[in-house]
Every structure is written in structure tokens, then in C-alpha cells.
Design a binder for this molecule. Structure first.
Ligand code: ZN
Length: 301
């Protein structure tokens, strides 16, 4: 009842030398799937109609036009495209939509999308922070064609500012995030919460297990009250203590714990339906061990 979606094109999104969001991240996760004897399902492309629920045509065309013939083209200071990036981006968004189709059709209850580029910083009309298309939001709006209430839990160490922006426009879209603050992108303050629907819980630098779990215990109460019919996880593992991009001290056990709590909440409200998609996580060993803990908790609970 558990599936992992990925696509070889996601390895061909080449962000250039020295970029933290690199193909090796996905390579170690595909090796992990082999070691865990998890079969992977090839992801489909996102349909134009699915992209258009989040992104205007003008933006989608601009992304396609920006694909370079060789080397890298920068969409902004952090977000690079290579000749393979369009294919990767449409398969990253397509994986989440395919997971939605399969989970809502009862083919599996849980899914993990091992994809890149990530998505939670992408806005409807602009890329940001290594993200081109808003993968999880595209999946969320795809699901909202069939169900009334979905929830996104984002435990990446950075605020999912793109997802937050999109969630605010849709009454059936619950978004919650823990993130280091202050840190890029500088948003996600609880003062801007929409009560019971957009719930941001910043963590100070050097916070660890206790602060992370306390924040999520609070968030989970709001999520329980919302009664989601499907739960998405924006699964970023850059809050790990060994990650070079932030200063939060989580361990593999914390990722197992939050995954277990989210799957239990899904069991209470929606037959266990959880779709997780990879966001950040830049230390390869920490990423591999954290995803292993995440997948074990997804597959076993
Ligand atoms: Zn991140």
C-alpha cells in the first residue's frame, strides 16, 4: 500500500558546480530505495491543465523559454536551469499529481515522490529558492478537484513561502510549517496565521527535538480540527543537525516521529492517505538516513 514515484529526468536537472541542490541528492535516495527493496514507479509528466491551476501560462512559457542549450541559465540568484530542467520540473510536479490519482483511486494509501527540483518556494508567477514549479501545491489543487479539504505539513527548515501564498487563496487548503527563523526566506511569522488553516511555527537557531516536537504537537491539534481528506508532506530534511544550510538540531528520530504523527492523523481522518514529496536536505548522509526513517514510518504505520 506504499509507492515511491520518481523519474530519471530528475537526475538530469543540472544546477552547476557547487550548487547544494544537486543530482547526487536524488542518487543517494534511489540507492536507498534499492537497499530498502522499495520498487519505484516511473512518474508521469504534469498535464498543462494541472500546472495552470497554480501557474499562469505566461510563467510556464517563460520557464520553457529559459531552458538553455548548454550549461546553466539562472532564473534568479539561486535557481538554475540546465537543458534537462524542463523535463525534470514537469515530472516532479507530475509525480505528485500521479500520487494523488493513485491514492484517491485506492491503489495505494501512502506515496513518496523522490523528485527534484523541489517546489515549496515557487510562487505562481516566479521561481524561488531552487524551486521552479510548486509541486506540492499543484498536487494539492489537483486533489481539491475530488475532495474538499487537504492539508500540507511542511517540516523543511525553510518556510514554504510559495505554498503558504497559494494556500491562503483556497478555503480547503490547510498549510502548516515549522522553519528556522530568522532565516531565508524570512516569512512564516505566526502573526500572519489564518486561524485554523495557515499555521506557521518558527523555531530559533539551535532549536532541536524538544522545540520541534512541541511546535508540531500544537500544529497537529489545528490539523485534527480541520479534518483533512488527504495529507501532503513537504518533506525537507535540512533541519538535520548535520545539514550545512541551517542551524536546527534534528535527528533521524525526529523525522520518524513527525512522520508517525502525521500518518496517525491520516488514519483518524482519511484512511491513512499521505503523499510526501522531497524538498530540501543537503548533507547526503543525513539526507539518506533521514529519508530512510521517514520511509520506514510511512510504510510501517
Ligand atoms: Zn529547505
Amino acid at each position: 500500500m506504499f509507492r515511491t514515484y520518481t523519474h530519471p529526468s530528475c537526475l538530469r536537472h543540472d544546477t552547476g558546480p557547487g550548487h547544494p541542490e544537486r543530482a547526487d541528492r536524488l542518487k543517494v535516495l534511489l540507492n536507498l530505495c534499492d537497499e530498502m527493496k522499495l520498487e519505484t514507479t516511473p512518474a508521469r509528466e504534469a498535464e498543462m491543465e494541472e500546472l495552470l491551476r497554480v501557474h499562469p501560462q505566461k510563467y510556464i512559457d517563460a520557464v520553457q523559454d529559459a531552458v538553455p542549450d548548454r550549461g546553466q541559465a539562472y532564473l534568479d540568484a539561486d535557481t538554475a536551469m540546465s537543458p534537462g530542467s524542463w523535463d525534470a520540473a514537469v515530472h516532479a510536479a507530475g509525480a505528485v499529481c500521479q500520487a494523488v490519482d493513485d491514492v484517491l483511486a485506492g491503489k495505494c494509501a501512502r506515496a513518496f515522490c523522490a523528485v527534484r527540483p523541489p517546489g515549496h518556494h515557487a510562487f505562481p508567477d516566479r521561481p524561488e529558492g531552487f524551486c521552479i514549479f510548486a509541486n506540492v501545491s499543484i498536487g494539492a489543487l489537483h486533489a481539491l478537484q475530488k475532495v474538499k479539504r487537504i492539508a500540507v505539513a511542511d517540516f523543511d527548515v525553510h518556510h514554504g513561502n510559495g505554498t503558504d501564498f497559494i494556500a491562503r487563496k483556497h478555503a480547503g487548503f490547510f498549510f502548516a510549517s515549522t522553519h528556522q527563523s530568522p532565516l531565508y526566506p524570512g516569512t512564516g511569522l505566526p502573526e500572519e496565521d489564518i486561524a485554523g488553516r495557515v499555521v506557521n511555527r518558527p523555531l530559533p537557531a539551535n532549536a532541536g527535538t524538544a522545540e520541534f516536537r512541541a511546535a508540531w504537537i500544537n500544529i497537529l491539534k489545528h490539523m485534527d480540527a480541520f479534518k483533512p481528506e488527504l495529507i501532503f508532506i513537504s518533506a525537507g530534511f535540512d533541519g538535520h543537525r548535520d545539514d550545512p544550510l541551517a542551524q536546527i538540531n534534528l535527528t533521524e528520530d525526529d523525522y520518524a516521529w513527525i512522520t508517525g504523527e502525521l500518518t496517525k492523523l491520516a488514519d483518524r481522518h482519511c484512511g491513512g492517505k499521505v503523499i510526501s514529496a522531497l524538498e530540501g536536505g543537503y548533507d547526503l548522509t543525513a539526507l539518506k538516513n533521514s529519508v530512510a526513517a521517514h520511509l520506514k514510518a510511512m510504510a510501517s504505520s
